[in-house]
Design a protein around this ligand. Structure first.
Ligand SMILES: C[S@@+](CC[C@H](N)C(=O)[O-])C[C@H]1O[C@@H](n2cnc3c(N)ncnc32)[C@H](O)[C@@H]1O
Length: 207
């Protein structure tokens, strides 16, 4: 596991993103049952929704971090379908299987061609009227140093440090919204925590 992620998971254990409490209220006003957490890491949101009685699915590319998620579920006698999977591959679930998809600070860790494929996968997996909760870094709010190496427009590959070799795509607002032109935006705001990013809550379908 990347040291950066390991430290990050440790620092976030037992917390949830503040918006998640609002999602819980949003979901409970509907028949939402099945939730997928893409890049669920050590499972903080998986545990949260499992506690509330949702049917939770999650995957992460890192086996060790998923083991922690499994342990946390086991401690509370909770269940979730967790698997090791790479988000850049076709996702192992049926079309329109989920009522909600979460992807918190994960989708930006690849190149744009993969991001486009992941967004298409999210769209395939979500039911009409299903909910999406995304957090990604924003291009507009970031300051990039002059020595920065861009792998492609908007995507940096860290040249050193604990995230060496890991891509980071920084989203422009219009770029992010462009992926979800057939969705209803419920909320879009910037937030600053670790990096400045966009937080998008949307519902599949226009209304
Ligand atoms: C910053 S953490 C966020 C974890 C979790 N979403 C949360 O909010 O606690 C990023 C996660 O993305 C996962 N990840 C990075 N690249 C991935 C990939 N290609 N496929 C699946 N997971 C990936 C990492 O293993 C890590 O757990």
């Amino acid at each position: 596991m990347s040291t950066a992620w390991k430290n990050w998971h440790l620092s976030k254990e037992g917390t949830v993103e503040p918006e998640v409490n609002g999602l819980d209220r949003l979901f409970s006003g509907t028949n939402a049952k099945k939730i997928l957490d893409i890049g669920c890491g050590a499972g903080r949101h998986v545990v949260y929704f499992a506690r509330k009685g949702f049917e939770v699915y999650g995957f992460d590319g890192d086996e060790e971090t998923l083991e922690r998620a499994k342990k946390l579920l086991e401690n509370e006698n909770l269940r979730a379908d967790l698997r090791v999977w790479d988000m850049t591959k076709q996702l192992p679930y049926r079309d329109a299987f989920f009522d909600a998809v979460l992807a918190v600070r994960v989708i930006h860790h690849t190149r744009l061609s993969n991001i486009t494929a992941i967004m298409n996968e999210i769209n395939r997996l979500l039911k009409t009227d299903g909910f999406l909760f995304l957090q990604v870094p924003s291009y507009e709010s970031e300051t990039f140093d002059s020595g920065t190496i861009w792998a492609e427009p908007g995507t940096l590959i860290a040249r050193g440090g604990s995230e060496k070799g890991v891509p980071h795509h920084f989203f422009r607002k219009d770029e992010l919204l462009g992926f979800f032109s057939s969705y209803t935006v419920i909320e879009l705001h910037s937030k600053s925590d670790h990096y400045v990013g966009y937080c998008l809550i949307a519902q599949k379908g226009k209304r």
